[in-house]
Write a protein that binds this ligand. Structure first.
Ligand SMILES: *Cc1c(COP(=O)(O)O)cnc(C)c1O
Length: 381
C-alpha cells in the first residue's frame, strides 16, 4: 500500500501521475551534474519517471527483491530478461509448457542471434539435468503452467541451474506475488505480465522484472534504457492502483477457483479437473510446498471434445469467453482453438492440451453464482 511512495509538496493521498517525457533544470550546471550522476534526479522518462519508480519500488518490496524494472508489457519483461543475459554461442534450457509468445522468443527469436535452446518436460528434474551443456547460461520456466497447471519444483530446478552455472528466470504470472516467491526458492530473476492480476481489471498492459541489484545492473538496466520498452507513467499509475487491491482480489479469486474446481470434479460431464491444491493433482505435494494457495485458474476437460466444450462456453452467462486471465471478471478460454491454436494437434497433445479442455480464470464474483453458471452449462451437455 505504501512502499516506495514519493509524495509531492501537495501531500496528495493517492500517488501522483507524472505524465511527463522530460524534466527541466535550474541551470546548465545542474543539468551537467545530473547527467554526470553527481546529483540525483530524473533525466528522461525512457530511463525513469517518478510514477514508474513508485510502481517499481512497491513491486520490489512486495516480491522481496532488491530491484525492479517496469516494462511496457509482460513480453517486454520476458524478452529483456533473456536478451540481457545471452549472447551468440550461449544455450538456454526451458520447460516446454510455456506461454505461446515466450516459446516464440526461445524457439525462434533467440536462435536468430546464435542462442540455442532445449525444451524439456519441466516436471522431470532429470530432463533439466540432462539438457545442460557447457555453454548453458539460462533456465526459464513458468509455474503453474498454462493451461494445464503443471507445477514445477522451483527450488530443485534452481539447484540444478546453480550447479550448471546458469541463472533461473521464473515467469510467475499464474501464481502472482501473493501465492509464490520464486526468489526465496532460489530463482535469480522473476518476471510478470502486470497486465494480468496486477492490473486485474482489464485496463492496461505492463510488465516487471525483479532481481538483485547486481543482476539488474549487470543484465537489465542498460538494455532497457537503450532499447526503450518503457511502461507509460499512466499505465504504471493504473498498476499502482491495482496493487492496492491485489491481495484482496487474489484471495477471493483463489477461493472461488478452489470451490469451482471441487464443484466441477463431481459433475458427470467433466472428465478431469486440474487444480494445483486438489489431492488428485499430479504435483500437489510440490504445489503445497512452494505455493501459499492453489491459484486463480482451474482447467477442466469436458467429455465430448471440442463440440461439448464449445457448448459449455457458449452457454455460460456470467463467465465471459476471453483469452485473458487474472481479471476481476471470470473468463473462460478454449486453449486449443485460441492461445494454442498455432500448434499442430500432436504438439498440443504433447503439452496435455485436448480439444475438450477449458480454462477458467476465476474472478471476484460470488462463488455460488459462478458455480451455478458452470453447472447449468454442463447440465446442457
Ligand atoms: C500474458 C502472459 C505473458 C505476456 O504478457 P503481456 O503483458 O501480454 O505481454 C507472459 N507470460 C505469461 C504466463 C502470461 O500469462
Amino acid at each position: 500500500m505504501h512502499g516506495g511512495s514519493l509524495r509531492s509538496e501537495f501531500g496528495e493521498t493517492s500517488e501522483a501521475l507524472f505524465l511527463t517525457q522530460g524534466y527541466v533544470y535550474d541551470s546548465a550546471e545542474a543539468a551537467e551534474a545530473r547527467f554526470k550522476g553527481e546529483e540525483p534526479g530524473y533525466i528522461y522518462s525512457r530511463f525513469s519517471n517518478p510514477t514508474v519508480a513508485m510502481f517499481e519500488r512497491r513491486m520490489a518490496e512486495l516480491e522481496g527483491a532488491e530491484a525492479a524494472r517496469a516494462t511496457a508489457t509482460g513480453m517486454a519483461a520476458v524478452t529483456a530478461s533473456l536478451m540481457g543475459q545471452l549472447k551468440a554461442g550461449d544455450h538456454v534450457v526451458a520447460a516446454k509448457a510455456l506461454f505461446g509468445s515466450c516459446r516464440y522468443v526461445i524457439e525462434e527469436l533467440l536462435p536468430r542471434f546464435g542462442v540455442q535452446s532445449t525444451l524439456v518436460d519441466g516436471t522431470q528434474l532429470e530432463a533439466w539435468r540432462a539438457a545442460v551443456r557447457p555453454e548453458t547460461k539460462v533456465f526459464f520456466l513458468e509455474s503453474p503452467t498454462n493451461p494445464t497447471l503443471e507445477v514445477l519444483d522451483i527450488a530443485a530446478i534452481a539447484a540444478i541451474a546453480r550447479d550448471a552455472g546458469a541463472k533461473l528466470v521464473v515467469d510467475n504470472v499464474f501464481a502472482t506475488p501473493m501465492l509464490q516467491s520464486p526468489l526465496q526458492l532460489g530463482a535469480d530473476c522473476v518476471v510478470y505480465s502486470a497486465t494480468k492480476h496486477i492490473d486485474g481489471q482489464g485496463r492496461c498492459l505492463g510488465g516487471v522484472i525483479l532481481a538483485s541489484d547486481k543482476f539488474i545492473a549487470d543484465h537489465i538496466h542498460t538494455l532497457l534504457r537503450q532499447t526503450g520498452p518503457s511502461i507509460s507513467p499512466f499505465n504504471a499509475w493504473v498498476m499502482l492502483k491495482g496493487l492496492e487491491t491485489l491481495p484482496l482480489r487474489v484471495r477471493q479469486q483463489t477461493e472461488n477457483a478452489r470451490l469451482i474446481a471441487d464443484a466441477l470434479a463431481s459433475h458427470p460431464a467433466v472428465a478431469r479437473v486440474l487444480y494445483p491444491f486438489r489431492d488428485d493433482h499430479p504435483q500437489v505435494a510440490v504445489a503445497r510446498r512452494q505455493m501459499r494457495g492453489g491459484g486463480t485458474l482451474v482447467t477442466f476437460e469436458v467429455a465430448g471434445g471440442k463440440a461439448a466444450a464449445f457448448r459449455v462456453a457458449n452457454a455460460l452467462r456470467i463467465i465471459k469467453i476471453s483469452n485473458n486471465l487474472g481479471d476481476a471478471k471470470s473468463l473462460v478460454t478454449h486453449p486449443s482453438t485460441t492461445t494454442h491454436q498455432r500448434f499442430e494437434e500432436h504438439q498440443r497433445l504433447g503439452m496435455g492440451i485436448t480439444q475438450g479442455m477449458l480454462r477458467v480464470s476465476a474472478g471476484i464474483e460470488d462463488a455460488e453464482d459462478l458455480i451455478e453458471d458452470l453447472i447449468s452449462a454442463l447440465d446442457g451437455v
